[in-house]
Design a protein around this ligand. Structure first.
Ligand code: NAD
Ligand code: LMR
Length: 329
């Protein structure tokens, strides 16, 4: 029997991540080779024309799994019936803008999008926020969707996770496929903590294999945490294809499950695990089972890790307080 297409809403569709993302969704890399998709693209009015150009190119690929493309400049229409929502469009920080200004500008985007998801998305809606500040934007959207289970709102730290896997594999001179059980904790920001104390390389403890605390503290952690800024400096634009790739990884694992014997990282709503205050959207070690993220429990956290997790979680708490003070949540 023919499968019903899955509605995938992508915001910021005419942006650079959108351009790297849409063709991969349409080719089946998001939901697998047997699942047809319908794309619902949301843009601001002045970028609708560019989104139409991308839609023309999508048509020109004749993707067998692509069952339609609709373009909107109204969130209510764009999220109608959405099963998966990738919230990529956001207001970037520009010169002279304070953090409060950035949070406020993004509140103006993620509040109405949360309301629109609440009003019209499908019952099984899953939301991934990519647009920065991703964790707090996800919190804003979630706060305005009271009828949607809170755990359906997530933010992306998979790019940080993939960056950390790649850096660690390079240090140890192994393939990335040899690395497992690495964790990004906290915020998708320079305070994030990439943790290799529970990671394994070919089944052995990765921190022991590295055996170099100086490298861990002074090279690995800052390289991963500041990689986004390094890409902006080198490319003159923020990461796009790698961000799109990470978004695909996050949603695919969420829907189809993470591989046995490994875990990944995702910013999901805290249930209080590992001392992260309940309700914050923070990155954790996670597995996906039967379409739900679960936090990996029982990991021992030493003083080195505790200090770094706490610092990033503190920043998330401050962002939450700031958007609360602005009346955004
Ligand atoms: P971009 O500027 O190329 O594209 C953003 C697009 O969003 C633009 O086309 C813009 O018109 C659109 N947009 C703005 N407001 C909108 C709204 N209210 N509704 C719908 N669309 C809207 O930016 P990009 O390079 O594609 O990056 C997008 C976001 O992703 C940025 O916030 C960036 O910082 C973030 N990012 C996050 C990660 C991560 O790991 N979480 C990684 C890379 C980039
Ligand atoms: C990244 O990690 O590459 C981005 O979040 C950087 C940015 O500020 O867009």
């Amino acid at each position: 029997m023919a499968q019903v297409p899955v509605n995938v809403t992508v915001t910021g569709a005419a942006g650079q991540i959108g351009y790297a993302l849409l063709f991969r969704i349409a080719s089946g890399q998001l939901l697998g080779p047997d699942t047809p998709v319908r794309l619902r693209l949301l843009e601001i009015p002045k970028a609708v024309k560019a989104a139409e150009g991308t839609a023309m190119e999508l048509d020109d690929c004749a993707f067998p799994l692509l069952h339609g493309i609709d373009i909107f400049d109204d969130p209510r229409q764009a999220f109608e019936g959405a099963n998966v929502a990738l919230l990529v469009g956001a207001r970037p920080r520009t010169e002279g803008m304070e953090r409060g200004d950035l949070l406020e500008a993004n509140g103006g985007i993620f509040k109405p999008q949360g309301e629109a998801i609440n009003a019209g998305a499908a019952d099984d809606i899953r939301v991934l926020v990519v647009g920065n500040p991703a964790n707090t934007n996800a919190l804003i959207a979630q706060a305005h969707a009271p009828d949607v289970p809170a755990e359906r709102f997530t933010a992306m730290t998979r790019l940080d996770h993939n960056r950390a896997v790649s850096q660690l594999a390079g240090k140890l001179g192994v393939q990335v496929t040899e690395i497992s059980k690495l964790t990004i904790w906290g915020n998708h920001s320079a305070t994030q903590y990439p943790d290799i104390f529970h990671a394994e390389v070919a089944g052995k403890n990765a921190a022991e294999a590295v055996n170099d605390e100086g490298w861990l503290r002074d090279t690995f952690i800052p390289t991963v945490a500041k990689r986004g800024a390094a890409i902006i400096k080198a490319r003159g634009a923020s990461s796009a294809a790698s961000a799109a790739n990470a978004a695909i990884d996050h949603v695919r694992d969420w829907v189809l499950g993470t591989p046995e014997g490994d875990w990944t990282s995702a910013a999901i709503v805290s249930d209080g695990s590992y001392g992260v205050p309940e309700g914050l959207i923070s990155s954790f070690p996670v597995v996906s089972r039967e379409g739900r993220w679960e936090i990996v429990q029982g990991l021992e956290i030493d003083a080195f890790s505790r200090e770094r997790i706490d610092a990033s979680v503190r920043e998330l708490g401050e962002e939450r307080d700031a958007v609360r003070a602005l009346g955004l949540i």
